[in-house]
Design a protein around this ligand. Sequence first.
Ligand code: F6P
Length: 342
Amino acid sequence: MRVGILTGGGDCPGLNAVIRAVVKVGQRAHGHEHLGILRGWKGLLEADAMPLTGIDVSGILARGGTMLKSSRTNPFRDDDATQAALAGFERLGLDALVAIGGEDTLGAASRLHAEHGVRVVGVPKTIDNDLSGTDFTFGFDTAVQIATDAIDRLHTTAESHDRVMVVEVMGRHAGWIALYSGLAGGADYILIPENKPDIDGVLESVRRRHDRGIDYSIVVVSEGVDLGDEGVQGELDEFGHARLAQQGVGDRLAVVIREATGYDTRVTVLGHVQRGGSPTARDRILATRFGTRAADMVAEGLWGRMAALHGDVVTDVPLAEAVGTLKTVPPAYYALAEPFFG
Ligand code: F6P
């Protein structure tokens, strides 16, 4: 069997670990041969690929990013693009495709399978952890660790200078990174897109600390929070999503805090640092388990399905289920953080 592998959407720690596992397990356990499709769906549209053998994927386990490069090309942007993707599959002589990506990449994979019968298997990637059907995506643990380290470091300057430090983290329309890093870093307030922002709550929390003689605070805000002000329009990506980092929620929140309290308030936007560098050991293992499952799913012909983590078991679910609704933070989870505010 000739199996294509592609990585789409934002790069993410653990992508290389998945590629390595799909190739090594596919080759050794099932006799598959592999083609690495370059730059996500763009490479399929252009039939741009390179052979991948065990030697090619040696030594990449700990490396961040993706050796196959990535793009946000949408094969459903118009009919020509979809036809080009189907033609690419034929031109490359593929029998199956492993698509490693988030909501957008796997949404396209799901449609290629459902509407055109493409033999595709998905692997859930995203630092945002917002895919349904799986308890966790790989890359999330690394992003949370990076954000937590940053919060720990920001505590130093917050404390030394009596400052309010606003930390803006990624996550799109899900507050998982904000909640996890805020909990782990002991944030004094956490704002997530799932909740209407309680600005009075933020201000009270900061003031209460000052009243108790603690003259500094850390406020974590997720990039997707809607402050209810005029906002700033960001560009849209090819899938029609706003580039949220351009909307500057951290900066706007800092202005509100500074003007209302008079406290010296500074902003750190963590941005792509959260996706950079080596995956944590946990992400390397999860990515390896997902890649192994994907190779087995190809051998078993489980098309239109995605590797998934349920508890500590790696299983598989329909792609359509994974991309049907966004997995956002449940209220009970947020409630866990509230007693620690202020
Ligand atoms: O989906 C991952 C993610 O890092 C989001 O958290 C963020 O909103 C987006 O990608 C940023 O995308 P780009 O790298 O295209 O700016």
